[in-house]
Design a protein around this ligand. Structure first.
Ligand code: NAP
Length: 541
């Protein structure tokens, strides 16, 4: 096969390949290259580092985790030299941080940008992953680490007529780098998840008119963003170890802990005081006002009722308030958004709300959006419609394990794997924050650092022992799938079966709860225990 020989001459070989240069890929490169001394190549489809923060440049894009905890904690020096300016960093600041990390650790020289991985196939005879790119390049390495992120495959719903629209349309996760000027335009926004709730107030300030198309009403808590005081910045630098310890101890990787009290042990008056105080503090801390808000439906209802009451108080038009407060799922059963002036936006003259439950979208026309009862003339449409989450970024690559086994086949009925780190039949393939990992239920840098450290230790272990492969066993993966399902059932999350946690936002996607709801602390202990037992549940060969 002369052609194959010719192709193989241009194969680039490494000790490990990493796909993605966001939070996960950057740290994975640093650990494998600078700590293990491996030859590593990172392949990244974007033009620069940043992952989700490279793509999501929509107005109002801001992190929902507090800045002093939304960062790497592996390097004390890095923590000490970087200074966050606000409680919640905006997209440019997070991207600036990741650029700083790439420069500081000299990472760019081993990253190839504008390189889309199209396939990855395991060659069992040579114990190598063979990775091909859309540009026709071939890379090989014994280890392949997929650091592709959980929310990187944008979901533009298949609404009839979009091709006919004469205006411009945008997805928030693929926002133009030069920005969009909505001045004087009539803008339609579809989607009221975390993204839509962040962007609507900013678009409303600029556009002539904003029409928000809401399918499912959503909770939101005021972020109460503010510049960080000099005192707080000093506290962060001087208390690195303590903050890190707290992030490792907390169930979701944040730098704060849930209350130890049950909402059901408080009198209604006490609860009102507690929720009022939590509402004033704002952000994701609201969820920790009581320990059982996510675990108990009855406790959850007290929080949900409080937020619905707040929505009705903020929004002046009673009919609009009713549509916004008509929320059909428990608080926190879908990812809880935080906002800056979201509900207040509906008090503006130039903003209106369309209830898609009452009047669904029929189609996009040349001039706007047609619902079942009327036409909305628009100059621009913003799709804040989310992502094919967790599995999407992996399945859009043709990944084949032993004997040509396609990942698409293995996950036909839903994701299946061990710890969110490996899938049986795919030796030496690791997923950072894959399905089954605590990932999106946490402050993301925390599971990312833990996964990368675990993978690095694992590869060090294999190389130290002269072992060639590690592969999750079928039995361990089946047990983990069951455990992921069981712990989800101990929370209110299954009460929102229409959430993206279940894959329900993508037509035809199998419904299965994907992230691990057992908490980061518990997950970390499980992973450490498995490694200490010689990688129990994995075959090492
Ligand atoms: P999302 O939570 O999936 O929300 C998508 C929105 O679009 C929902 O309101 C959904 O309605 C609506 N939608 C989808 N398809 C539709 C259709 N065909 N017709 C009408 N409405 C439709 O997506 P997201 O807001 O981009 O957030 C995704 C995740 O990204 C978040 O949950 C969070 O984890 C992360 N995120 C983080 C931050 C941060 O930390 N700063 C900010 C933004 C996002 P339904 O609810 O009815 O499906």
């Amino acid at each position: 096969m002369a052609n194959d020989v010719t192709t193989d001459i241009s194969v680039q070989t490494f000790d490990a390949l990493v796909v993605g240069a966001g939070f996960s890929g950057l740290y994975q490169l640093h650990r494998l290259r600078d700590d293990l001394g491996l030859r590593v190549k990172v392949l990244e489809r974007a033009g620069d580092v940043g992952g989700t923060w490279y793509w999501n440049r929509y107005p109002g894009a801001r992190c929902d985790s507090e800045s002093h905890s939304y960062c790497y904690m592996f390097s004390k020096e890095l923590v000490e030299e970087w200074e966050w300016s606000e409680r919640y960093p905006g997209q440019p600041e997070v991207l600036g941080y990741l650029n700083h990390v790439a420069d500081r650790f000299d990472l760019r020289r081993d990253i190839q940008f504008e390189t889309s991985v199209s396939s990855a196939r395991f060659d069992a005879e040579r114990t190598l992953w063979r990775v091909e790119t859309a540009g026709g390049e071939v890379f090989e390495a014994p280890f392949l680490i997929m650091a592709v992120g959980c929310l990187s495959a944008a979901n533009v719903p298949d609404i009839p007529g979009l091709g006919d629209f004469r205006g411009r349309w945008y997805h928030t996760g693929q926002w133009p780098h030069e920005g969009v000027d909505f001045t004087g335009l009539r803008v339609g926004q579809i989607g009221t998840g975390s993204t839509g709730i962040q962007t609507a107030p900013l678009i409303a300030e600029q556009a002539a008119r904003l029409t928000v198309f809401q399918r499912t009403a959503n909770y939101s808590i005021p972020a109460r963003n503010h510049p960080l005081s000099e005192g707080f910045k000093r506290y962060v630098k001087e208390n690195h170890d303590e903050i890190r310890r707290m992030m490792h101890f907390s169930p979701n990787g944040h730098s704060f802990l849930p209350s130890d009290r049950s909402a059901l042990d408080s009198t209604p008056e006490e609860r009102e005081r507690v929720y009022e105080a939590a509402w004033e503090i704002g952000g994701l801390r609201f969820r920790t006002a009581y320990r059982d808000i996510i675990a108990s439906e009855a406790a959850n209802k007290t929080a949900a009722d409080f937020i619905k009451k707040k929505i009705r108080e903020i929004v002046k038009d009673p009919a609009t308030a009713e549509v916004l407060a008509d929320i059909d799922h428990p608080y926190g059963s879908k990812r809880p958004p935080i906002d800056t002036g979201y509900f207040e936006t509906f008090n503006r003259e130039n903003v209106s709300l369309v209830d898609l439950r009452a009047t669904p979208i029929e189609r996009v026309t040349e001039t706007g959006i047609r619902t079942t009862d009327r036409d909305y003339p628009l100059d621009a449409i913003v799709f804040a419609t989310g992502f094919d989450a967790m599995t999407g970024p992996l399945l859009r690559i043709d990944i084949q394990g032993r004997d040509g086994l396609p990942l698409r086949e293995v996950w036909k009925a839903g994701p299946h794997g061990y710890l969110g780190l490996q899938v049986p039949g795919f030796p030496n393939l690791f997923t950072v924050t894959g399905p089954g990992s605590p990932s999106v239920l946490c402050n993301m840098p925390v599971p990312i650092e833990q996964h990368v450290d675990w993978i690095t230790d694992c590869i060090r272990h294999l190389r130290g022992k002269g072992l060639a492969t590690i592969e999750a066993t079928e039995a361990a993966a089946r047990d983990w799938d069951r455990h992921v399902n069981d712990v989800a059932n101990q929370t209110v999350m299954p009460k929102a079966p229409h959430s993206w946690y279940f894959g329900a936002n993508i037509p035809g996607k199998p419904r299965q709860f994907m992230p691990y709801a057992g908490g980061m602390r518990r997950y970390r202990e499980i992973c450490a225990d498995i490694a200490a037992k010689g990688y129990a549940g994995f075959k090492l060969a």
